[in-house]
Ligand binder design. Sequence first.
Ligand code: UGA
Length: 426
Amino acid sequence: MSKVAVFGAGYVGLVTGACFADLGHEVVIADILPERIAALRAGEVPIYEPGLDVLLERNRERLSYTLDVAEAVSGAEFLYIAVGTPPTYSGDADLSAVWTVVDSLEGVAGRAVVVMKSTVPVGTGEKVRHRLDARGLEHVGYASNPEFTAEGTAVRDFQHPDRIVIGAFEDADAEAVAELHSGIEAPIVRADVASAEMIKLAANAALMTRISFINEIANVCEATGADVVSVAEGVGLDRRIGSSFLRAGIGYGGSCFPKDSLALKQLAANSGYHFQLLNAVIEVNELQKRRVIGKLQQHLGGLRGKTIALLGLAFKPHTDDVREAPSLVLAGRLVAEGAEVRAWDPVVHGADVLPQATILGSPLAALDGADAAVIVTEWPELADLDWARAADLMRNPLLIDGRNLLDPRALRAAGWTYDAIGRASA
Ligand code: UGA
């Protein structure tokens, strides 16, 4: 069993740390936020990620938390970097948190391996290598081991991945990182460091491309009288295409896709290449988030003085993450149009998330007296709602189903004027 230090107690760091502890390793998780470390030490989980609480509790003996880098580094064979890499003003990835960790590493004994879990531009590993060497840490190894976990299913994704990607400068380091994963059944893809970094960016870009593709197909379906749900089913059964990431909706959000698409676009641009397809994917997504406004206007005329209920705030179900969530864009646009915005979400409660909206405690409370409702996040609670009762509460029972969650016929039978994404004929 190994000793693993994980830098960053966010979604990625906590899941990585908890899953390594569950494999039997001794894990210390370091962060710079005292309140976060205090909460973790007290047995509280500072984020909502299904299964994480159980894992942290089950492996309490093997997990510790610290603010002290030296304590984390002491005796660690693996130094996992899992800090945020948000976009800068220019769209490039902000690596300042990564550099803070790299520059704080001291007293690393033996051949510990620095492992990059954070999503970084291609070429970062090379730069980290130079920086470590310049600081007299030539004996420390370096590997890229990108994460492919999705929020809401991160624990399962970590424990049952499609593949484990490892890129290292030295074979022995790649082998050590592979060994650290023993107990997880998955093909291991060994690559050079730059390719491992690019695999992560390319995988996310491919998924985003599928989403923007199906969203454009949805928009053409609307214009031509086809139903995108049937179309996606028929297209997805082609084994060469596959059915995942073909759900049309109001666009992708979250802490990864929007920032990673910008980072890849900038990475290409900085190297003198205009990534035309990726630019289109990003633009389609921006327009898609705004299409709901057009639909509301079509049905209601102007939105000034109208009360609109947003159902779901998180960027996807089973997470409390609202980073780049379509709900934020929608709320902003609705307020700009003069509408009054109400919102409900089962796990996002803080009014600070959406100060322009009134946050209510149940879907029915949000719908009571509203002129229209929008399904923004496909929470299971919404699939199970008593929609006939909900229609009676509305001033005007208009529902825009931004995630194609519900059965159009059932909703119309329940008294709703029902509109969705790309479902003209449904
Ligand atoms: C994504 C990837 O799926 C992970 O593999 C990757 O590790 C992660 O980014 C990351 O880079 O860290 P995540 O953003 O957590 O994970 O969630 P997804 O389930 O991929 O959803 C992203 C967005 O796409 C959501 O807004 C979702 O609503 C949207 N989406 C997804 C669609 O609109 N249609 C689909 O068919 C699928």
